[in-house]
Every structure is written in structure tokens, then in C-alpha cells.
Design a protein around this ligand. Structure first.
Ligand SMILES: C[S@@+](CC[C@H](N)C(=O)[O-])C[C@H]1O[C@@H](n2cnc3c(N)ncnc32)[C@H](O)[C@@H]1O
Length: 344
């Protein structure tokens, strides 16, 4: 087989493997604590979740009252282990609705679960019907279908808080949402998401894999993020800027193919530069849309990767400091007012 084709197959296998990463309750709690006010009187839909095993389901049932939820819908795609239904029925998905009250998870049985006619794919008509009834989607969707998953949420104008791979930021469609301030990063990222439970057949390898005290097999890929359109406090905090461009110009080389300077670390963004700056994608974790404006991703004027002396640094996001812009605008307004006054 040609090398390219083998690589593609390997990539595909890797992708569908991470479709089987199950989220730990501790990671859900540590992110959800920042969004509690958004859930009051809302219908939450976990549309890639087996209610018998999902920790998203667990979290919302446990916190149903505290969050003031109206309803929780959890739906499961067909190919699950320990399926309760007969072989033919295994092909089908099912869902469960919870509206509060006493609940013991181990009593969740076939009578409570409502079968779908189809497989419960989040893109199916039946699942979309449930989506339409919902306000907020919270889940860790299959990584291989991330683009489609987000596109559907946008199409139906839903609020969401979901887990994805950090690379998702570089997808054209996802970056566009971030640029347009229609989605942003959650609080936890990378090592801030401690790991995922993987099935028995998943090979554990490397130091980033372990078995927890309950016997769960955990891998820590350290390359995930939360993507959301629920507001959080973090994105209204300014990045503290301490460095200066003027006097240190050599540290901030200009791009060959764009009128802008290169900044290697978010903490090195200069406080006195009014033009366009290229920053690493991790900047998005600290991004406050009141402080900075996102201009473009990765490419220069020639639509080739941003380059310095012919070399391309890692992916860069082109940004501009809005505060400096606004200040200059206010000051020029003031001086115009003064000169208008003088001429009166
Ligand atoms: C990354 S796992 C996460 C599972 C669960 N949401 C969690 O966080 O523990 C993705 C899940 O999506 C399910 N899935 C795969 N394809 C799907 C589809 N087309 N529609 C709905 N769910 C799907 C998989 O069976 C898997 O359980």
C-alpha cells in the first residue's frame, strides 16, 4: 500500500479510537462549576451519551436541583457495549428523559429507556427533534465528527459546552466561529483536563496512562479543550501586558508576507504596539474580545503560511490590541473637538 494511504488509514484508526474516550466526573465538575447560572430552567441534552455509563448524565442528575434544570435528555448511539437489547435492537439507539425527583442509577432499566426507531446518530431526524426541544448541549462528542457536530449546533442555534481536541481551533469552520465571537474556549485546557476513561480493549501505553482507584483505565492525552458559547468570567479578564515593543524591536521580527510582528509567547505581547501581531494559538485560552480583535489565522497576504526570513513559525493568529486603537481614536476625537472649539 502506498505510504500516503497507510498514513491515512492509521490516522483514521487513531481518530475513531479517540471516539471511545469517556469523560471523568472530576473533569466535568471542574469545568461546569463556572457556568451554573446558565442552566436555570433549561433543558439540557447530552446527545452522545449512554445514560447507564455517562458521567455527563451523572453530573446533571446529581446537580439537577442545584442547577434548577427543567429537563435532562440523554441519548445513546447504537454501538454500545453491554447493550440491553437483542442483537437486532443493538443497532438501535435510545434515550432517557429526566425531570427531577428520586433517582437511582442502578435502577435504570429497559423500561425507562425509550428506543429510537433508528440508531440514535446525533444527525438523525429523531435526535434532531430532541435537540430542537433543548436549550444547551453538553457532552464530549465523537472526535472524528467534531466539525459536523458543531455545525449542527450552530444551525439549530443552540448553546453548548463540549469537549474537543485542541487542533479543532485550527479547523476553518471552528476558527471562524471564534473569530466572530460566536464560540470561545472554556476554562480548562490541555493538562487542565485530567484524562479519559478508555474501554478494556484500548491499549494503555506511555506515562500518560494509568488505572485509577476504581479500576478505570485512564489515558491523559493532554490535548483537549472545552469549546462553548456560554459566557464565563475568564473571557472578560484582560491579559496583563508588561513587555514593550519600542526599544525591543529585534525581539519582535516582522513577517515577510504580512505587515505585522511575530510574538512567540502570549505573555510577551507588547503593551505599546498598535499594529497587527502574530501570536501562538494558545493565546485563545486567554483571549478577551474587549481587549483584542482577531484579524486572521495563519496566512499572510499571499495566502501562504506566515514566514520570517523564509521560515514559518508554528501556526499563528493575527491579532490587534483594541484598547490602543480606542485610546488613539478617543485622543484624536478630543484634539478634533479642541481644534473645533478654537475655531469657533
Ligand atoms: C468521545 S466518546 C464520549 C462519550 C460520552 N459523551 C462521554 O463523554 O463519556 C463519543 C461517544 O459518541 C458516540 N457516537 C459515535 N458516533 C456517534 C453518532 N454519530 N451520534 C451520536 N453518538 C455517537 C460513541 O459511541 C461514544 O460513546
Amino acid at each position: 500500500m502506498a505510504r500516503n494511504a497507510t498514513n491515512k488509514l492509521l490516522q483514521k484508526a487513531k481518530k475513531s479510537k479517540s471516539d471511545e474516550f469517556y469523560t471523568q466526573i472530576s473533569d466535568i465538575e471542574s469545568e461546569l462549576q463556572f457556568y451554573k447560572k446558565h442552566f436555570k430552567n433549561k433543558v439540557v441534552y447530552c446527545n452522545c451519551d449512554d445514560p447507564r455509563t455517562s458521567n455527563f448524565f451523572n453530573y446533571f442528575v446529581t446537580n439537577f436541583k442545584e442547577l434548577g434544570l427543567k429537563k435532562l435528555i440523554t441519548s445513546c448511539y447504537r454501538k454500545q457495549e453491554n447493550n440491553l437489547f437483542s442483537t437486532e435492537e443493538n443497532e438501535k439507539g435510545f434515550y432517557f428523559e429526566y425531570v427531577g425527583g428520586d433517582f437511582e442509577k442502578n435502577k435504570l432499566n429497559t423500561f425507562d429507556l425509550i428506543p429510537f426507531k433508528g440508531d440514535g446518530d446525533f444527525r438523525s431526524v429523531e435526535s434532531i427533534e430532541l435537540l430542537k426541544q433543548s436549550d444547551i448541549v453538553v457532552t464530549n462528542p465523537p472526535f472524528s465528527l467534531f466539525r459536523e457536530f458543531v455545525a449542527q449546533l450552530v444551525k439549530y442555534d443552540k448553546k453548548f459546552l463540549i469537549i474537543g481536541n485542541i487542533n479543532a481551533i485550527t479547523y476553518k469552520e471552528i476558527f471562524k466561529l471564534i473569530k466572530e465571537n460566536k464560540a470561545w474556549l472554556g476554562i480548562n485546557l490541555g493538562r487542565g483536563i485530567s484524562g479519559f476513561i478508555v474501554p478494556e480493549h484500548y491499549e494503555l501505553y506511555g506515562t500518560e496512562a494509568r488505572i485509577d482507584s476504581e479500576g478505570n483505565r485512564i489515558v491523559s492525552p493532554n490535548n483537549c479543550l472545552w469549546l462553548t458559547n456560554l459566557d464565563n468570567l475568564q473571557r472578560h479578564k484582560d491579559i496583563e501586558l508588561t513587555k514593550r515593543y519600542y526599544g525591543n524591536e529585534a525581539k519582535y521580527p516582522k513577517y515577510d508576507n504580512y505587515d505585522g510582528i511575530n510574538v512567540d509567547k502570549t505573555q510577551d505581547i507588547p503593551l505599546d504596539y498598535n499594529g497587527t501581531m502574530g501570536v501562538p494559538i494558545t493565546f485563545l485560552h486567554k483571549f478577551n474580545p474587549d481587549q483584542f480583535e482577531i484579524i486572521k489565522f495563519r496566512k499572510g497576504n499571499d495566502e501562504k503560511d506566515l514566514a520570517i526570513d523564509g521560515k514559518c513559525p508554528y501556526f499563528r493568529i493575527l491579532i490587534r490590541n483594541k484598547r490602543i486603537q480606542n485610546k488613539i481614536f478617543e485622543e484624536s476625537n478630543k484634539s478634533q473637538q479642541v481644534s473645533a472649539y478654537m475655531w469657533q
